[in-house]
Design a protein around this ligand. Structure first.
Ligand code: ZN
Length: 370
């Protein structure tokens, strides 16, 4: 099915966030936008500004006390001991920085808009979304609110039922799985590195009965993902027959990310996302983690190209190379910067044998029911 594609963004990428020493302090969506502009892939008619979610909207999932605590800490520029201990605000993990509330509320607003546009036949990419660890009453894992939950809920409110949520970030989509525990309308799938924070999402963890978890080993590569998509995730999608799908596409599963041991190439990730959005009439694609500024910028720019039907050049023109050459990251040594990260968008395919541990994750479809 061919849908018109919309890139949703808040513009908050122009303002640095997360302080100096946080993994999210690197340029992220800013570089994606600049790369897309350098490639002339972001004409005004394909871009929509994300509105900021209102307090009333935020309180439909988050507790009023938590929403108020984040707003107050942001306004005061300091988190009280209570805000830190009760709500996880102002910690090393979830630091306080100027504009944190507006940025988090815009991520929610963008996901609400993406769901609304999806119902009207658009395919939206909202890379500032994907804050999948946020809890109703606390910040968690660099996430203040949980915008994917809002995207799923908005689809449900619009009569889209059932909804499939698929999380391709390197970390377990714990906040989203928990939010829909016991809800018969929502099925969740998460592929994530085993033994990584938040240490949940074991294969046997079925949430409230409609969650699937695929904890994969370090080194998980293109062949593994292609196998797992074909043998498990797309089979789940076929059984669920979703009316709507929300995909979280963090780039921290790509080779070279400093916070994971997975080894995917970006084309495998793009193929997975494209296969997923084709399974439902209404589809939303969100961002997520990703801590290598080069692999992130290339992956999400290329994903936008694939979603919007643009061919990806073998080598980048000078204007796009300048964007990649201008990036820096304290977590990545200079000698670990792959020269291809500076001149290309698509990674070379990393075909490899499917690991036995990945084969073992495929359910026995003769006996399971979804
Ligand atoms: Zn992650």
């Amino acid at each position: 099915m061919r849908r018109t594609t919309i890139f949703i963004g808040s513009g908050s990428w122009e303002t640095p966030g997360f302080g100096d020493s946080h993994p999210l302090a690197i340029p992220r969506v800013a570089s994606v936008v600049r790369l897309c502009e350098a490639l002339e892939w972001l004409p005004p008619e394909e871009f929509r500004q994300s509105p900021r979610a209102t307090i009333a909207e935020l309180e439909r999932f988050h507790t009023p006390a938590y929403v108020a605590a984040l707003a107050e800490a942001d306004a005061a520029g300091i988190a009280s001991v209570a805000a830190r201990t009760r709500f996880g605000i102002g910690t090393r993990e979830n630091p306080l920085f100027p504009g944190v509330f507006a940025r988090a509320a815009a991520a929610v607003g963008g996901s609400l808009l993406a769901a609304d546009l999806a119902v009207r036949g658009h395919l939206c990419f909202h890379p500032e979304g994907g804050t999948h660890h946020g809890r109703p009453d606390r910040a968690s894992g660099f996430c203040y609110f949980n915008d994917p939950v809002f995207a799923v809920r908005r689809l449900l409110e619009r009569g889209v039922d059932p909804v499939l949520y698929v999380d391709l970030d390197a970390h377990h989509g714990d906040g989203v799985q928990e939010a829909f525990r016991g809800d018969p309308r929502v099925h969740t799938v998460s592929i994530h590195e085993r033994g990584r924070w938040p240490y949940t999402g074991a294969a046997a963890d079925r949430g409230g009965g409609r969650s699937w978890n695929f904890p994969v080993p370090a080194g998980f590569g293109d062949g593994d993902l292609e196998f797992l998509m074909r043998e498990a995730v797309l089979r789940i999608a076929a059984r669920v027959a979703p009316a709507g799908i929300v995909v979280v596409c963090g780039t921290d599963g790509l080779a070279g990310d400093p916070l994971s041991g997975l080894a995917l190439g970006n084309a495998a990730l793009w193929d997975a996302v494209l296969a997923l959005v084709a399974t439902a009439p209404a589809a939303v694609v969100l961002g997520g983690g990703g801590y290598n500024p080069w692999t992130l910028a290339r992956a999400w720019t290329g994903l936008w190209a694939r979603l919007s039907g643009r061919p990806i050049p073998d080598t980048l023109p000078e204007a796009a190379r300048r964007v990649l050459a201008g990036l820096a990251c304290d977590l990545i040594d200079e000698d670990r910067i792959d020269p291809a990260w500076l001149t290309t968008l698509a990674d070379a395919p990393r075909a490899g044998a499917v690991r036995a541990e990945v084969r073992d994750l495929v359910p026995d479809w003769e006996v399971v029911t979804t």
